[in-house]
Design a protein around this ligand. Structure first.
Ligand code: GDP
Ligand code: MG
Ligand code: ZN
Length: 303
């Protein structure tokens, strides 16, 4: 049922809090704490302030008086974080999904996603799928020194699904990772029945030809899971991450950086650099150096 502003609220002076679960073409779908949804437009002033409401935003709405668009967003609550590509706000956690095989794991992508998380206060969960196809059982070993949470799953492993669901509970999270790693399979196994009326799942967040073009939040387990474009391949520079910031995505390198001879050490082979003495996996260091060189070569004035 779609409520009008009038139904919900007689006093137009006061506002109601809700969360943007979808925004397309200036029309926002708001979910209120009781689970009801309503359609809203944004206060004109936001544009002057260069503020664009995003999916995930916690907002305050008033009755607009327009029966077609009964709500108006008048305030955006302070954000935990805000990404532009995909346009999403207040993400609590990101499930960085890597498959043991089919497709071969892309650890460059996993490192980029981890870096985006650690720079934006998004809690990462490294999730290895298809362990039933694994020949190498230690694929996530390189991430052990980062201290990040990790989980391994396969279709038969019920306890890992419980663990994953517990981690998602009460949070606003999204799955990320290459196409084909098993994100939709996991979502359907976990919430297939609850997320949407049956029949919708396969066409909207399930497998198939459907390509997501905007962010949409689906309520689950006292939280939300997002269907988002843009987390299956990305470039760090598009997230405004500089060469100096990169080390935030490599906490095991950051941990030894104060022992480097030079305070501005880039950890790419300088004399007296401490990374060789630290607990750093050689593959992680190789990828750090690749991204560091790449980001340092970008002229900030030309971006
Ligand atoms: N062997 C195996 N296959 C899986 C597993 N998870 C997913 N798959 C298969 O991998 C393919 C891609 O999965 P899908 O969930 O669509 O990947 P997505 O693109 O990340 O959403 C499908 O054929 C799934 O049945 C797993 O843990 N083990
Ligand atoms: Mg999918
Ligand atoms: Zn160094």
């Amino acid at each position: 049922m779609i409520l009008t502003g009038q139904d919900r609220f007689q006093n137009t002076e006061k506002s109601v809090r809700g969360r943007i679960i979808k925004g397309v073409g200036g029309r926002y779908t708001i979910m209120f704490p009781d689970g009801q949804v309503g359609i809203a437009s944004a206060r004109g002033l936001f544009r002057l302030e260069d503020l664009v409401p995003a999916a995930g935003d916690k907002v305050e709405c008033i009755d607009s008086g327009d029966p077609d668009v009964p709500w108006r967003i008048v305030h955006i609550l302070p954000r935990r974080n805000h990404l532009l590509r995909p346009p999403i706000a207040n993400l609590d956690g990101l499930i960085i999904t890597v498959s043991a095989a089919e497709p071969q794991p892309d650890f460059y992508l996993a490192d980029k996603l981890l870096t985006v998380c650690l720079i934006n206060q998004i809690e990462p969960l490294l999730c290895l799928t298809k362990i039933d196809l694994a020949t190498d059982t230690d694929l996530l070993a390189g991430y052990q020194p980062t201290g990040c949470s990790m989980i391994e799953t396969s279709p038969e492993d019920e306890s890992s699904l419980v663990e994953l669901k517990n981690w998602m509970t009460g949070r606003f999270v999204s799955f990320a990772g290459q196409s084909g790693v098993g994100k939709s399979t996991l979502l359907n196994r976990l919430f297939g029945q609850e997320l949407m009326p049956e029949g919708h799942v396969s066409s909207r967040i399930g497998r198939g030809r459907h390509t997501t073009r905007h962010v949409e939040l689906f309520p689950m387990a006292d939280g939300f899971v997002a269907d988002t474009p843009g987390f299956s391949s990305l470039e760090l520079a598009d997230f405004d991450i500089s060469g100096e910031q990169l080390v935030t995505g490599y906490p095991e390198i950051q941990a030894v950086a104060d022992r480097c001879r030079f305070t501005d050490c880039r950890h790419i082979g300088e004399p007296g650099c401490a990374v060789s003495t630290g607990d750093i996996h050689p593959d992680r260091l190789l990828r750090y150096r690749f991204f560091r060189n790449q980001l340092d070569s970008i002229d900030p004035h030309n971006r």
